[in-house]
Design a protein. Structure first.
Length: 317
């Protein structure tokens, strides 16, 4: 049986679409666990109503603790041999579970592509891996961004039990801190070249939405990831990992507008972190393109001049 875990919070307008797509699966041996994370908008009541209409749905009501807490509650409650996660504002293709089950075999995780619905566009993302070694696959998935999200994957339930891996509670960007650890612990991965999940983001997405000090947790998650890569011998991933950190510092800096609380202090912190990352990661940043490294140097000297140069480059491109 496949246990499908859906954290629910302030999703009254989208939950039914998500649930209907999950109930329409061509595989019937599923259970759906809707974890109402103390939602104040009536989503919890909608969960109960949907459960009354289909016996495959179970509802767990809990105090608000964040999406990580909701996923962890779902993991503990799951009865299936396999776990699948879905966000309550997304949808899945009718044969997603069937295809992932058919692909996973004796592997620990099966990964499929997804539709990214963003600003009216449907961007199809398919995992492309060389399939020659674990590190090369890891590098390819990291570069494509597939080490982050939990929801386009089917997991063997024992993987969570054997490793004790759970989503970090009390933090945002929880996906950034978890999925790569599961990939590392998995003995083997399976890949499907079809987009079977539909993912929606608001304009700007998670990293580029309204900025606050909480967004620094994204940097923390990636600092932990770099430490993990170093400890476990994923040297080839370090140039890209440090680039993500440095690029994020610059992106976040320019999102600290006057409307952002403590904007000037956050800007100072971001410039300080960038210099720390450049110092600690110098050996791997040296492998990045010269233009990228020159950009970091220019920003360190003068963020204002960096912004002007970037604008000129965009106007001429």
């Amino acid at each position: 049986m496949v246990s499908i875990i859906v954290p629910v919070y302030k999703s009254k307008d989208t939950l039914k679409r998500c649930v209907e797509s999950l109930l329409a699966q061509t595989v019937e041996d599923t259970e759906m666990i809707l974890v109402d994370d103390g939602s104040p908008d009536g989503s919890g009541e909608l969960c109960d109503k949907l459960a009354e209409e289909d016996s495959r749905i179970r509802v767990i009501h809990k105090e608000n603790g964040g999406v990580s807490s909701a996923r962890n509650v779902g993991i503990e409650a799951a009865k299936g041999n396999y776990l699948l996660f879905a966000d309550s504002d997304d949808y899945v293709e009718q044969d997603m579970v069937e295809k992932l089950l058919g692909g996973i075999g004796n592997d620990d995780i099966a990964i499929c592509g997804f539709h990214h619905h963003y600003q009216g566009r449907d961007i199809v993302r398919i995992p492309e891996v060389p399939g020659q070694s674990g590190e090369e696959n890891f590098l390819a998935l990291y570069g494509e961004g597939f080490l982050n999200m939990p929801w386009n994957k089917l997991y063997r339930a024992e993987l969570f039990k054997e490793t004790g891996i759970r989503y970090p509670e009390g933090r945002i960007h929880e996906d950034e801190a978890t999925t790569y650890r599961l990939f590392h612990e998995a003995k083997k991965l399976a890949f499907l070249d079809r987009a079977l999940y539909g993912y929606y983001t608001e304009n700007g997405g998670s990293i580029t939405s309204v900025f606050s000090a909480k967004r620094l947790q994204w940097l923390t998650a990636h600092e932990e990831r770099i430490a993990f890569f170093k400890k476990n011998g994923y040297e080839k991933l370090l140039p890209a990992a440090y680039r993500k950190l440095c690029d994020a510092c610059i992106t976040f800096y320019f999102r600290c507008t006057e409307q952002v609380k403590d904007a000037e202090e956050l800007k100072k912190e971001l410039r300080k972190r960038l210099e720390t990352y450049r110092a600690n990661g110098a050996a791997w940043i040296a492998a990045l393109p010269l233009k990228t490294r020159m950009g970091y140097e220019l920003f360190s000297m003068s963020p204002g001049l960096y912004a002007k140069m970037l604008q000129k480059m965009q106007e001429t491109s």
